[in-house]
Design a protein around this ligand. Structure first.
Ligand code: ZN
Length: 328
């Protein structure tokens, strides 16, 4: 069952399984979690489980209803996924649709994506349906931020919070399900921030390791006493502008790894798990205070991105400052 494919959300899934088995279906669910934590997968399984015709193990994935759900053509499951914000007009359409009784089975399920984008008016309109749902109506709301919803909306829903997943769980999953090396799995898991979806996209992004290797090579060059062409190095940030945030995260992770290794002499807590030799080498050359200062400089470059600072200059200055700190 696909519920089994969702990693790290066992309490939520266990709960849903039990209530599906007892046929205790709520009128409204609110699934909260960051992008990539599995909101949609859980919503899909939950909707399938609600309309499943089997008595046990809902969703069974083999009954006619489940097959239709799997092919995304079950007439009683509707996904509302707008390009922009979910507008009041769309909520009104939903209200009309939900009043028409299901002609297949006992339930009619609506999944609303990105409900944090709903205007207050749209939420207030939705509230009417949440307060007086038809007996067969089920709403599944998905959001990355519960705080942007009206408390009156939240209080009408059964809340399912998806949490970030432990690094080891993600790395075990990658190793066994995606058949990659333990080393590679650990690195991706470390950079996924506990979000399985992010781990999978990093896995598919063949250039992630190229960018990481280039940055680590730059940190190595910064350490050389001879003057390096900082302009040239800053150019890399310009070329990879679409990944600026990731580049800075990688750079921070690198100096944090050096810091951790200096303090603990252990690799198990490092993110760049596959670069033990380089970590060992660099950490013996850079002091703790230097490392802390460098991390602050990277933070500053990150903050500068939000103001009107010249993009290339920002990175030139950052690299120049790091080099200066390293020359102490
Ligand atoms: Zn079924």
């Amino acid at each position: 069952m696909a519920f089994d494919k969702i990693i790290g959300q066992e309490p939520v899934i266990e709960n849903l399984r039990k209530s599906l088995a007892r046929e205790q279906v709520s009128h409204a669910y609110l699934i909260e979690g960051l992008t990539g934590t599995g909101k949609r997968t859980i919503a899909r399984e939950l909707a399938m489980g609600i309309v499943c015709q089997h008595q046990e193990n809902k969703p069974c994935h083999i009954c006619q209803s489940c097959i239709k759900s799997l092919h995304q053509n079950h007439p009683e499951i509707k996904w509302i996924e707008e390009d922009g914000a979910v507008k009041i007009e769309r909520v009104r359409e939903l209200q009309k649709e939900i009043m028409m009784k299901p002609y297949e089975g006992r339930y009619k399920v609506f999944v609303l994506c990105n409900v944090e984008t709903m205007t207050v008016q749209a939420q207030n309109a939705l509230l009417k349906t949440l307060e007086e749902p038809p007996p067969y109506g089920v709403l599944i709301l998905l959001t990355s931020n519960i705080n942007s919803l009206l408390p009156t909306v939240v209080s009408r829903c059964q809340i399912l919070k998806l949490r970030p997943v432990k690094r080891d769980r993600i790395s075990d999953f990658l190793e066994t399900e995606k058949e990659i090396s333990k080393e590679a799995a650990k690195v991706i898991a470390a950079f996924s921030n506990g979000i399985p979806g992010k781990a999978l996209s990093l896995l598919e992004d063949e250039d992630f390791n190229r960018r990481r290797n280039t940055l680590i090579a730059i940190t190595q060059e910064l350490l050389q006493k001879n003057t390096i062409s900082l302009i040239e190095k800053a150019q890399f940030f310009v070329e990879e502008k679409n990944y600026t945030e990731e580049l800075l995260d990688i750079l921070t992770s690198w100096y944090r790894d050096l810091l951790i290794y200096r303090e603990t002499q252990a690799f198990q807590f490092t993110m760049n798990y596959d670069k033990m030799k380089e970590i060992e080498g660099q950490s013996s050359k850079i002091g703790l205070k230097q490392l802390r200062d460098i991390i602050l400089m990277i933070d500053k470059a990150k903050r500068n991105l939000k103001s009107n600072v010249n993009y290339q200059l920002n990175f030139e200055v950052m690299l120049l400052n790091i080099q200066e700190v390293l020359s102490w």
